[in-house]
Design a protein around this ligand. Sequence first.
Ligand code: IMP
Length: 191
Amino acid sequence: MTSPSRDLHADIGEILLSEEEIRAKVIELGARIGADYAGRRLTLVSVLKGSLPFMADLMRAIDIPVRIDLMEVSSYGGASTESSGLVRILKDLSASIVDEDVLIVEDIIDTGLTLNYLIRYLRGKNPASLRICTLLDKPARRLVEIPVDYTGFVIPDSFVVGYGLDFGELYRNLRYVGVLKPEAYAPDAAG
Ligand code: IMP
């Protein structure tokens, strides 16, 4: 069985988005969100684990008072790169969002199945409004239509890692977003 490389960067074939590009985009998104929600009661709901770096950076780029909450859902089984369509809530919100303006903070929208489920679930909790912010959008693989309000980058249909995104729980700590070398996700590579 092949193991992931000891060098964090060695499995990356191409850097798709550099640390600087991501930083600039997060600042731009934060400024837009801050202006759009000025004077309102904004709660950012982030979806673990992939959205963790984006959430941490985005909330500090928003210059109005915000609350944050965290959910964790599982959509992909194990180290697979294909969506199963099954969504399970592993961690629910810790506070009520009734009458709050809620902004879901996502790492990536691929098929849209995860967010489709989450939107319905959160709408059922009667927020004042519910909008979506995603760092990455892969529209080529969309199976359900998702109304995205804030998009960082539209990316081509390749499996990406870094800045929170994983393959087999690895690579989340890369400061950029990159495409894995094909040999890194060969069937026997994920351990
Ligand atoms: P969806 O339900 O197909 O839209 O998938 C959403 C989730 O799948 C994301 O929150 C990620 O956790 C994961 N995902 C989708 N595409 C990628 C990718 O290219 N790299 C890493 N994770 C991905």
